[in-house]
Design a protein around this ligand. Structure first.
Ligand SMILES: O=C(O)Cc1cc(O)ccc1O
Ligand SMILES: [Fe+2]
Length: 442
């Protein structure tokens, strides 16, 4: 199959017409009395109508039938998706998970929505404040089914398997080492080629932005031009007798409604509220070229800001392959206790601070003020290593969801998943005291 086409840019005003219907975007206005090709105009708002221009997000969709044409929503069972943060007791421990198990297709067919499992989170979608962290493990495509979340924005990080995502805006293929963002309200359906696994961060407060670059200047980190948005694609597909299911994630629960037509019936659209993907290989890594270990905020790809200056509801941070050149420096991550929560996952390879135990498809959580840092093997090695310029993290990609919120673990995350590594704390136990009261400067 030919590679899909995309529009490039971040936060831009885009316009796209399915080439089968030239002129399908109304000229010079949004709501003509009759739209070209007999289409319906529908606005999707991603911000209050009155939000300042810098933050105003909306898209106009020109579709065969409006989204309102469906039967009433009824509750749908999905036992692993929850925002009930009180379902288990608080747990401040250093947490590590072995790779989450993917169900075998011969045993059970599980699609992307059925495979979503809440690991941890905080806050409340009703108050539009909080986050939720999920793992997805699935083996089969969604058929005549789409979903949207009314609660927040999904940032999806595939670890195993490509995601072929159809959205109202068009199609996106999200490969390993790429991420995508599907924002509040956008309908999408996920096809997979086989066993698939990955991570999802949902933010309830607002949308992801590129971090300000400050003195770095106008270029670097994730550059806007590398974000890709689908081009318009429609199908005029009838699915009689309510054969198409629309799943709504609403106030933390799933609901389903039925309709007789595919929701991917948008022939043209224009606006700045869109889904997008980004290849992590395009990230321009900035770091110290003299001495000292910088804070990982220099590796921020996207941020969802809180109302407190500089404080994130959640940052999406990556640890890409790079040169390490600092002189007289302990180069791996430092030991620390953080006023933020740090959830980490691994897309491929291994993580520099812990070569063992943290594997692709697994995860770690270092909660608020929970001490952590390099394991004993890493500390001894890096304290004695020759400090020549060195490529690090080659062929690997770790990431972190860092949040100013204090997250609770779900029952599934703490127990039912059966992936918790009870031995994790042991990686620091061999650390020895090197204290020497007679030490003299050289
Ligand atoms: O804990 C971690 O491994 C993530 C991390 C990496 C780093 O280089 C500095 C601080 C930090 O929290
Ligand atoms: Fe950390």
């Amino acid at each position: 199959m030919a590679p899909l086409r995309y529009l490039s840019g971040f936060g831009s005003e885009f316009a796209s017409e399915d080439p089968r219907c030239p002129g399908s975007l109304p000229k010079g206005q949004n709501t003509p009395q009759k739209c070209p090709y007999g289409l319906y105009a529908e606005q999707l708002s991603g911000s209050a109508f009155t939000a300042p221009r810098t933050h105003n997000r909306r898209t106009w969709l020109y579709r065969i039938l409006p989204s309102a044409v469906h039967t009433p929503f009824s509750p749908m069972e999905q036992p692993y998706l929850t925002h009930n943060w009180k379902s288990s007791d608080p747990n401040p421990n250093q947490m590590r998970w072995h790779p989450f198990s993917i169900p075998h297709i011969n045993k059970e067919k599980v699609d992307w929505v059925q495979g979503l499992h809440t690991i941890c989170g905080a806050g409340d979608p009703c108050a539009r404040h909080g986050i939720s962290v999920y793992a997805y493990m699935c083996n089969t495509s969604m058929v005549d089914t789409c979903m949207y979340t009314a609660d927040g924005d999904f940032l999806i990080v595939p670890e195993k398997g490509t995601l072929h995502i159809t959205t109202e805006f068009g199609k996106m293929d999200v490969f390993n080492n790429e991420i995508c963002v599907i924002q509040q309200g956008m309908r999408f359906s996920v096809e997979v080629d086989g066993e698939s696994r990955g991570y999802v961060l949902e933010v309830f407060d607002g949308h992801f932005e590129l971090p300000c670059l400050g003195p770095i200047g106008a270029n670097g980190l994730a550059n806007p031009r590398d974000f890709l948005t689908p081009v318009a694609w429609y199908e005029d597909r009838r699915v009689p007798h309510g054969g198409y299911t629309v799943i709504s994630k609403y106030q933390g629960k799933l609901f389903q409604a039925h309709q007789d037509q595919s929701p991917f019936n948008v022939v043209a659209w224009h606006g700045n509220y869109v889904p997008y993907k980004y290849n992590l290989e395009n990230f321009v890594v900035v770091n110290s070229v003299s001495f000292d270990h910088m804070d990982p905020s220099i590796f921020t790809v996207l941020t969802c800001q809180s109302v407190k200056p500089g404080v994130a509801i959640a940052d999406f941070v990556i640890f890409p392959p790079r040169w390490s050149v600092q002189t007289n420096t302990f180069r791996p991550p430092y030991y620390h206790r953080n006023c933020m929560s740090e959830f980490m996952g691994l897309i491929k390879g291994s993580y520099e601070a812990k070569e063992e135990g943290f594997r692709p498809g697994g995860a770690t959580l270092h909660s608020m003020m929970t001490p952590h840092g390099p394991d004993a093997v890493c500390f001894e090695g890096a304290s004695n290593a020759e400090l020549k310029p060195q490529r690090i993290a080659e062929g690997t990609m770790a990431f972190m969801f860092e949040s100013s919120l204090s997250m609770a673990l779900t029952e599934w995350g703490q127990k039912t998943c059966e992936c918790v590594d009870a031995e994790y704390y042991k990686c620091w136990l061999p650390l020895k005291s090197h204290f020497n009261p007679d030490w003299k400067p050289e």
